[in-house]
Design a protein around this ligand. Sequence first.
Ligand code: PMP
Length: 385
Amino acid sequence: FSEHLSPVPLDAVYSLKEGFSAVNSESKLILGSGVYRDEELQPWVLPSVKKADEIVARSQGSDRFEYLPIRGYSPFYTAARDLLFGSLGLKENRTVSVHTVAGTGANSLGARFLKETISPSAVWVPDPTWVNHHNIWSLAGVEVKTLSRMRLNPERGDVIVLHACAHNPTGVDPTKEQWRMIASLCESKGLFPFFDCAYLGFASGDPDAEAWAIRYFASRDTLEFAIVQSFSKNMGLYGERVGALHFLAATADVALTIKGHLSRLQRGNISQPTTRGAMIATTILKSPDLYREWLLDLKKVSTRIRNMRKLMYDELIRLKTPGSWEHLRTQIGMFSYTGLTADQVATIRTDSHIYLLESGRINVAGLNIKNAAYMARAMDAAVRK
Ligand code: PMP
């Protein structure tokens, strides 16, 4: 192999974890990966998910390990679709949904399908975006270009990746007015919108409000588009790999054809997705009581994250740290793009043993009442250095 292989750099989030594990310090802190942590900085099983898990365990019979159909668990992907579109009154037969290996699998399946069909000259991704978007679209054989270069000339039929809510990594979403402009741009330039919805409900605890952009695009009735949906974060089902890919097509006939192609690709990729996590998600989405409880869980998550943002912000203000820090408070979702430079990030790591990505992105859920001010003090010291 030696003449065919060159070394591959480790993914930034994973290499951060390695560095963190190697360090020996009481005060060390990691704010790198995108997983929610509770006030004790421990993984949190949402109470609604725990109950649903028990219900699923009780209800499964000897068929529990049977294969699902190729498109997955149909009660799951229809409930997942309804969560996105709400009471919009979509003509059902214009949508097609597939249960996937979480959001990553949905991104991959969608990318591969679009490469085969509309064969875009490029996919336009936000700058910055979730790092795996670059990887996934490159693997599908589509050139990746960043939206900051958009003024360079997208071609008709190019794909545009849009974070439906709680943009990763910046925590900054377009306003409603800006979404309207983006939709008009997609129409006038002939771009194919590809929503990535990995944090629905995470920003405010209100999935309906956070699905606004998706529902708005659908309500215009002029655009065909795709939505990637993940339950990794908003149900904390990370390792269960629960997600879906949806297409809204112009006609029922087109939707039917898409369905055939997605099934063919899914068969070749994974044959069929896994069962258990999807059953847990479905139990929550279909039970009015558990659904209400899930909303409360989401509220708890979003409130804790907002409180940590405020603690960090208040300490920076108290310290009169040079610079403007309002964005730490106003950004939404789990991530904050602090604006720290790579040098400042390195200083914070060396001097305070706090591990964050070189881009300055932090996972706010990695903070708690005890360490949020410590983080702010580390930032203060790095900024003044
Ligand atoms: N899209 C975005 C924007 C994400 O941030 C993530 C998770 N970090 C995903 C998709 C995929 O997550 P998963 O495969 O765990 O559902």
